[in-house]
Write a protein that binds this ligand. Structure first.
Ligand code: TRP
Length: 450
């Protein structure tokens, strides 16, 4: 049965859509706080190694499977391998995507609250106040952040149900470049702050003694999270690529752009952290405590704050749509569910765990396992464990299981282009990526020491 599938027609379209999934709260919220918690430049150093030695090859692996079969995740695995156990990749994908959707929506809900605050002028120039206290009150209150989480998931639901992804994608293709530009403006603003050099030193001058197994596990998890890796999201996107798209080149551009946005966010946040006397180890709340102060001290703070949170909201929803699609497609194809029902089910699960995560900043903060709240557990287990396991499986599948000619054909566009890095990429996919992920896991579990 040959079904016609839409293809991205322009090179820019390919990059824009994939970057849209990659760039999101992971870059602007998660990267700065993870860097802050894990000691700054040393974390960034390990992060960069993970992006280039593990991230890019695993992106290529997902692309090879997706573009090579032009099918969704499950169909792709079925076509390439009859052994049913490889489909475990899809199960990990749906579990991790539901977990990420749940806690991600809490932060996207905070973004909505901040947009609301920005509109009321709370962050307008000169309107300085104790933002950190106000924010703490907000996220510990039993209903406020819960309501925003649910509201965000309902918006996500409406977008998915109406199937207007196309429209959203078009809007985000316009808004994402604007986000890029204003992030650069904000970083200039931060560079002019009194303690910007302390912030930059924290971000860029590494103290290698700070590299511990926890830092390495965190950096690898952040790389997977930020690049949307391991869940078959990139596999699915690349199934829409035309046969002319150069996979290695596209993977590299996506990784570089995504990393660029993360580093720019660091350049915005850390000079401000030091200039306002805050501490970098604050955790998930860091960025939300710092941004209001930045805006209130900026000329034109009102308009910048509104614009910024609108853009951040769009960046979040393009990411949550890509996550939700994984489980919706799964329920539809595996359980022959109607799309509407599958969308409701996905949203329902995310609301339950999203609300529990939202409450874990307040009334449920006492419920912890290994010192982690419900939010922390969903965040940690999905990014630092499930996504890297997805990465191991993808690299082994493409490196060792799939027919070599198939891989070669995909990487070289059927022999029509010369890929100078061909041997390096294959080596990274076969050996470096799976072995280093396993070693990082073992060291994280304290089973081996470097
Ligand atoms: N990469 C996105 C971000 O940085 C989040 C995201 C979207 C994601 N889709 C994903 C993370 C799939 C892991 C897997 O905000």
């Amino acid at each position: 049965m040959s079904e016609k599938r839409a293809l991205f027609t322009t090179k820019i379209g390919v990059i824009a859509a994939t970057v849209g999934s990659a760039v999101g709260l992971g870059n602007i919220w998660r990267f700065p706080y993870e860097t802050g918690v894990h000691g700054g430049a040393a974390f960034l150093f390990v992060y960069l190694i993970c992006v280039f030695l593990i991230g890019i090859p695993v992106i290529c692996a997902e692309f090879i499977v997706g573009r090579g079969t032009h099918k969704n995740a499950l169909g792709a695995f079925k076509q390439l391998q009859t052994k049913p156990y490889w489909q475990v990749c899809s199960y990990i994908g749906i579990l991790a995507s539901l977990m990420i959707l749940s806690f991600y929506s809490v932060i996207a809900g905070w973004t909505l609250e901040y947009l609301f605050q920005a509109l009321t002028g709370a962050m307008a120039s000169g309107n300085t106040g104790d933002f950190s206290n106000k924010f703490n009150e907000f996220c510990t209150s039993p209903w406020q952040s819960t309501l925003w989480t649910v509201l965000f998931l309902l918006i996500n639901y409406l977008v998915l149900r109406r199937g207007v992804e196309k429209g959203i994608e078009r809007i985000s293709n316009i808004l994402m470049p604007i986000l890029f530009v204003i992030l650069i403006l904000f970083s200039v603003n931060s560079l002019l702050m009194p303690k910007s050099s302390e912030g930059l030193a924290f971000l860029f001058s590494p103290d290698f003694s700070k590299i511990t197994p926890t830092v390495v596990v965190g950096a690898m998890g952040q790389a997977f999270f930020s690049l949307s890796l391991g869940l078959s999201v990139l596999l699915t996107y690349s199934s829409y690529f035309s046969n002319q798209v150069r996979l290695v080149r596209s993977a590299s551009i996506i990784a570089i752009l995504d990393t660029f946005v993360a580093i720019i966010s660091g350049i915005i946040i850390f000079p401000a952290v030091f200039s306002y006397g805050a501490t970098p180890e604050e955790g998930p709340k860091l960025v939300f405590e710092i941004f209001p102060s930045i805006f209130s001290e900026m000329p034109g703070g009102y308009i910048w704050s509104v614009l910024f949170f609108v853009l951040l909201f769009f960046a979040s929803i393009t990411s949550t749509i890509s996550m939700s699609e994984i489980s919706i497609a799964f329920f539809v194809e595996e359980y022959k569910m109607k799309r509407k029902k599958a969308t409701k089910l996905t949203t329902g699960v995310a609301i339950v765990f999203g609300v529990l995560s939202a409450l874990s900043f307040g009334v449920l903060s006492g419920y912890t396992i290994l010192d982690m709240t419900i939010f922390d557990i969903l965040n940690y287990v999905s990014s630092n464990i499930l996504l890297p396991i997805g990465g191991i499986l993808f690299s082994i599948f493409v490196g060792w299981v799939v027919d070599k000619d198939f891989v070669k054909k995909e990487l070289t566009n059927n022999g029509t282009i010369k890929v100078y890095t061909y041997r390096i990429i294959i080596f990274l996919i076969r050996y470096v990526a799976p072995i280093s992920i396993v070693l990082i896991f073992l060291s994280g579990l304290n089973l081996i020491r470097f």
